[in-house]
Design a binder for this molecule. Structure first.
Ligand code: NAD
Length: 261
């Protein structure tokens, strides 16, 4: 029970990776609060975790007042938050940069970057008051990899890397550490549709040195480690979690030379 008496707040925690993390923290004894903008998902999640130490709120991370009100409720209930996981995120339709629609670009930046900062500031202020806390944001491999079609998403997730580095300097003095995780393509969450396309799974696996997509359970274990006492000296870092895919050239000069091409 590594997180007994600890309180964890997870944005976008009713589905996908956030929900798996909620489950992971609960099984280690934490009290968990989640929020999601999707009221139906919130109700479903509350029902699924009935009897467990979990509360779920309907709130949009781009709405500052709404998130302030959620934070106030969490502090009323539990008096503190030890770990904030910034999990809520969206992706725009994959199109070349010159065809990206303004509305899609704005939505991705609003949610992934601006909304995540709003939540971080609201919870960060309270963590400063309680003299400590852990903030972990979900960045992405897309933040460090140039890839066609992902421009707004990449910019938003690179912004979270910079936010993480800056807040480590600003808030370390208050006992708050700030990290981010940059996963490659995970076999779950927003990729559930993609998993039905064998050709796409095959493509991703081939461009990953370990030969497969990321496993959700492994990511949850990694997040639990980052939130643990043992990881308390890791601060300001964005840790890539991608099986070695970032910076990997699936075909190299040596491959071409060996094939006599
Ligand atoms: N799945 C992957 O392969 C992968 C890889 C790298 C990074 N990530 C990041 O990890 C995080 C979780 O991804 P996932 O795969 O579980 O996605 P998901 O789509 O399954 O879950 C994201 C959740 O965020 C919620 N959300 C979206 N906008 C919101 C808002 N404005 N306010 C509150 N909630 C909102 C959604 O309703 C959803 O429940 C995201 O930030 C994503 O960008 C995912």
């Amino acid at each position: 029970m590594k997180f007994k008496d600890k309180v964890v707040f997870i944005t976008g925690g009713t589905r996908g990776l956030g929900k798996a993390m909620a489950q992971g923290f609960l099984s280690e004894g934490a009290s968990v609060a989640v929020n999601d903008k999707d009221a139906e998902m919130v109700a479903k999640c509350a029902e699924e975790f009935k009897g467990k130490s979990l509360v779920a709120y309907t709130a949009d991370i781009t709405d500052y007042e709404e998130m302030e009100s959620v934070a106030a409720k969490v502090w009323d209930a539990w008096g503190r938050v030890d770990v904030l996981i910034n999990g809520a995120g969206v992706v725009a339709p994959l199109v070349p940069a010159e065809k990206a629609k303004k509305a899609d670009f704005d939505r991705v930046i609003d949610v992934n970057l601006k909304g995540t900062f709003y939540v971080t500031q609201i919870f960060g202020r309270k963590m400063i008051g309680q003299k400590g806390g852990r903030i972990i944001s979900m960045s992405s491999q897309a933040a460090v990899l140039g890839e066609r079609g992902f421009l707004s998403y990449s910019i938003s997730k690179a912004g979270l890397m910079t936010m993480t580095r800056n807040l480590a300097y600003e808030w370390g003095r208050y006992g708050i550490t700030t990290c981010a995780v940059a996963p490659g393509f995970m076999a779950g969450g927003m990729n559930e549709g993609l998993l039905k396309r064998g050709d796409l799974v095959d493509f991703i696996s081939k461009r990953t040195p370990v030969g497969k997509m990321g496993q959700v359970d492994d990511l949850v274990a990694f997040i639990l480690f980052l939130a643990s006492k043992e990881a308390s000296y890791i601060n300001g870092e964005t840790l890539v979690f991608d099986g070695g895919a970032t910076g990997y050239a699936p075909e190299t000069l040596l491959d071409v030379i060996s094939k006599g091409r």
